[in-house]
Design a protein. Structure first.
Length: 209
């Protein structure tokens, strides 16, 4: 952490967010820029709203957790990004539910769709300042929270947990490292002409173009 001190609170905050990615960025951490990854709360918290699925309160809370939280993080760190000059990058983490929302997660999918639209608009706003904004749209990734959600779906359908990811064309669910590799690419100079884009990282699962 001491090596990040000179890059300010924003860089330290981002380092903490990236910790679960298992150090994938490693020596690819570009100290000439500040990378922001907005990892907002997962669908697990939204599923806890089951009693409010049809209510306005449930949708408002889902938006607050899964969309507005990203807006707040970005707004808090934008002054540091602007001060750092051209080369800043924001990578928002969305969800495949934004593209193919299932009825039990309609509120979550709607919130993530809002995040996708926000990222596109923010990219146009920040492009003159040399700050790029992209969005990653993950598919089925093996994490404790996602596993709990898939188990709920499996129990409701009377199938096994493995069955919930059996249709992925590349033959396996994702690993957090797969998402981290995508973050590393979008944050690197190799993606310096990419902004306003949403990158689907799902093993070919989502039926979208």
């Amino acid at each position: 952490m001491e090596t990040l001190q000179e890059y300010g609170p924003a860089a330290i905050f981002v380092a903490l967010l990236l910790a679960p990615f298992g150090g994938v960025l490693g020596d690819r951490w570009d100290r000439r820029k500040i990378l922001v990854v907005t990892q907002v709360l997962s669908a697990l918290q939204s599923l806890a709203l089951a009693a409010f699925l049809g209510s306005v309160a449930g949708y408002l809370l889902a938006l607050d957790l899964n969309y507005l939280s990203a807006v707040r993080v970005n707004n808090a760190l934008l002054p540091a990004l602007r001060q750092a000059g051209a080369g800043g990058v924001i990578v928002n983490i969305s969800s495949g539910a934004a593209l193919t929302p299932a009825p039990p997660l309609a509120h979550y999918g709607a919130a993530k769709a809002a995040l996708n639209a926000y990222g596109k608009a923010l990219a146009a706003e920040l492009a003159p300042a040399g700050i790029r904004v992209t969005t990653i749209v993950p598919g089925n990734v093996l994490t404790p929270g996602a596993d709990a959600i898939r188990q709920d779906f499996a129990d409701a359908a009377g199938v096994s947990l493995t069955d919930t990811t059996a249709g992925i064309p590349l033959g396996r669910p994702g690993d957090p490292r797969d998402i981290a590799e995508a973050v590393a690419y979008l944050a690197s100079d190799r993606a310096q002409w990419i902004t306003g884009a949403s990158l689907i990282v799902d093993g070919g699962e989502l039926p979208s173009i």
